[in-house]
Design a protein around this ligand. Structure first.
Ligand code: GLC
Length: 424
């Protein structure tokens, strides 16, 4: 029996966003993540859009204050010093002002800008803001398609599990096993002082991912060298799908704003579509690809449904994904578990190895609607609503019973609940 959480109201969701506002940018959660995170801000902007257009645009402007000269938009912008997070700016050592991390995150921002441009109440400001952001978005897309796809293969390279935003997926086990850990950071971690260790990644994982940061630092964070030389190089199915959708959305913006770059964007879309088949496993599911070993990931994750969000597949593949979704749902009570519930490493409480994340649900449901599977999208929305009402705006949720996990008062959970109308 679900108990309606008295905290899960539109007003409490707005209060969380306001409380996590640090003056123009919003922290995902004040204790565990006290800085601005890239893709979190894309969803947070949608939350603000429901009650304060101006603040929504401001969120994105703050993020782009961290954009690098080569176009990259970093995954963390450390606007102001804050306690409680490892690795902080001094560890990344990127020498950017404001200080930032050295990797990116899935480019949901472009799609958020398109929604703001179309849906914001103040039409004049929407045109002005979208026009001002357009060249910055374009530079970021070029960075993905050029710096992060040096061979112009149509598949972009990710160099760090944190870049995927789905940090400890089973997809990263094999590519990370090939990274020789050169340091022991277990005593430096702060995440496990805030959240149960069994809901967080292992020490071994942290030692390896921090080794990657050291490798990139030794290359002076040179984008071209990082893309070719880091000992972790994968094509993340999530990033690839989100980028492809972002390319479509950038194209729509370019047309609306009469920007003469539609031909260039069409070129990217053609390359991505041609390469997409490299991410299909023999069973028809979609996977991440280890670019060093050439192996597809052995696990199926919730990103297998993301080609629908990218509009990257035909009707037959979409029907196969709808059948796969129904199979998954025979094993769990709440959609959508982050990893295939029949996978041996499925772990319903650990971060990206099983729990439900509302932002993924929002994108997966969007994809199913686009292909005419409204009943599946409704199911995902209904489940999202039920878990928020039961557990509030937690970071992630157990797909067996909807119990909240990770950090509480999470900005993107509150924002998606507002934008998706889960609290009405
Ligand atoms: C975790 C998530 C990542 C998110 C960040 C801030 O690291 O895995 O996707 O951006 O928290 O919420």
């Amino acid at each position: 029996m679900l108990i309606r959480n008295p905290e899960a109201t539109p007003e409490s969701a707005r209060t969380i966003l306001r409380r996590n506002d640090r003056g123009g940018y919003t922290v995902p959660n004040g204790r565990i993540y006290p800085f601005q995170w890239n893709w979190d801000s894309g969803f947070v902007a949608l939350g603000y859009l429901t009650f304060d257009d101006k603040r929504a645009w401001q969120e994105l402007d703050a993020l782009f204050a961290g954009q690098w000269d080569d176009g990259m938009v970093p995954h963390i912008v450390f606007h102001k010093p804050a306690e409680g997070y490892y690795p902080g700016p001094e560890i990344w050592g990127t020498r950017h002002a404001p200080p930032t991390s050295g990797i990116s995150q899935p480019p949901v921002i472009t799609s958020a800008v398109l929604r703001l441009f179309r849906e914001a109440k103040d039409r004049e400001a929407a045109g002005k803001n979208a026009r001002a952001l357009f060249p910055k978005l374009l530079a970021w897309h070029r960075w993905w398609h050029e710096t992060r796809d040096p061979e112009r293969s149509g598949l972009v390279t990710s160099v760090h599990p944190w870049e995927s935003g789905r940090d400890n997926l089973p997809d990263w086990d094999a590519p990370l096993a090939a990274v020789t850990p050169k340091l022991d950071v277990s005593a430096l971690r702060k995440d496990i002082t805030h959240v149960n260790a069994d809901e967080r990644p292992s020490h071994d994982f942290y030692n390896r991912v921090m080794t990657l940061v050291e490798e990139a630092k030794a290359l002076g964070w040179n984008g071209a060298r990082v893309a070719r030389e880091l000992s972790f190089r994968v094509c993340d199915l999530g990033i690839q799908c989100i980028l492809m959708r972002a390319d479509r959305d950038l194209r729509a913006l370019a047309e609306a704003l009469s920007q003469p770059v539609v031909g260039e964007i069409d070129g990217w879309l053609a390359q991505e579509s041609a390469a997409f088949g490299r991410l299909v496993a023999p069973d028809g599911s979609f996977r991440s690809l280890d670019l060093r070993s050439g192996q597809l990931s052995p696990a199926v994750t919730a990103a297998t449904f993301m080609p629908l969000y990218a509009r990257a597949v035909d009707a037959a593949a979409a029907s196969a994904l709808a059948r796969l979704f129904e199979q998954w749902m025979t094993r769990v009570a709440f959609a959508v578990p982050s990893t295939d519930p029949s996978y041996p490493g499925f772990d319903p409480q650990r971060y990206w190895r099983g729990p439900v994340w509302l932002i993924m649900n929002f994108m997966i449901a969007d994809g199913f609607v686009a292909y005419g599977f409204d009943h599946i999208a409704d199911r995902i929305r209904r489940d999202s609503r039920a878990i928020v009402r039961r557990s509030g705006f937690m970071e992630y949720f157990d797909p067996r019973d909807g119990r909240g996990l990770g950090g509480c008062d999470f900005s993107w959970s509150a924002a998606i609940a507002l934008y998706w109308g889960l609290l009405d």
